[in-house]
Design a protein around this ligand. Structure first.
Ligand SMILES: [Zn+2]
Length: 207
């Protein structure tokens, strides 16, 4: 881990995208409707975590599990080959969106919680204080965040990450930095997959 990687680094997401997007159905999108195709489009998801000792943390992901066209539920519990659970901090989730859509209401509401598994340490949450043992690298607390990877039909990739605060960022390849697109919140009506955002629709970068 290098300094400045207080949240999911682009290098990790590039590796995850390589692994997820070559799986069957991961990029299948109806070109007419720009919607996933039932029975063909498939989401895959992994849990993102950091492991190691203060000053020597590394970013890791679990092996992906498969979902269906519109959802995927990763395992929350992480078992690392190299480190015991006390040196493992769950950060969030990563999954693909077959049509490259921004995070859904469900995505924005799905966060790992340690309420029922108190031995699982969590990354720092921006809004919620009281995490007893957050993952810290140098002087930077690792922030809880999740991510979405996707590939457009022209082969360009989309990397999004979002935070419990609702902030949604996209990686700008030309700017080599994360650009904040807006802040979103799940809609109260759980049947609506589209969240409420500060800018609607979220202005995805085209590059
Ligand atoms: Zn999603």
């Amino acid at each position: 881990m290098s300094s400045g990687d207080g949240s999911i680094p682009i290098g990790l997401l590039r590796d995850v995208a390589d692994a997820l997007l070559k799986r069957p159905g991961a990029k299948v999108c109806d070109p007419q409707t720009r919607r996933p195709i039932p029975g063909l489009s498939t989401e895959y998801c992994s849990t993102i975590y950091v492991a190691g000792e203060r000053g020597a943390l590394s970013w890791r992901v679990t092996a992906p599990v498969s979902g269906d066209k519109g959802s995927c539920t990763p395992f929350f519990q992480v078992e690392d080959e190299d480190y015991p659970s006390a040196q493992v901090w769950v950060v969030g989730y990563v999954h693909n969106h077959p049509c490259g859509a921004p995070p859904s209401s469900n995505d924005l509401a799905a966060w790992p919680t340690d309420a029922f598994k108190p031995y699982v340490a969590m990354a720092s949450v921006r809004l919620v204080p009281g995490n007893p043992l957050p993952a810290v690298y140098g002087n930077t607390a690792v922030e809880m965040a999740s991510a979405i990877v996707a590939e457009r039909q022209d082969g360009t990739r989309i990397f999004l990450r979002y935070f419990p605060t609702g902030e949604v960022q996209q990686w700008s390849k030309s700017g080599a930095r994360w650009v904040t697109l807006g802040t979103c919140a799940p809609r109260g009506n759980s049947r609506s997959r589209t969240p409420r955002c500060s800018t609607e629709p979220l202005p995805l970068l085209r590059e």
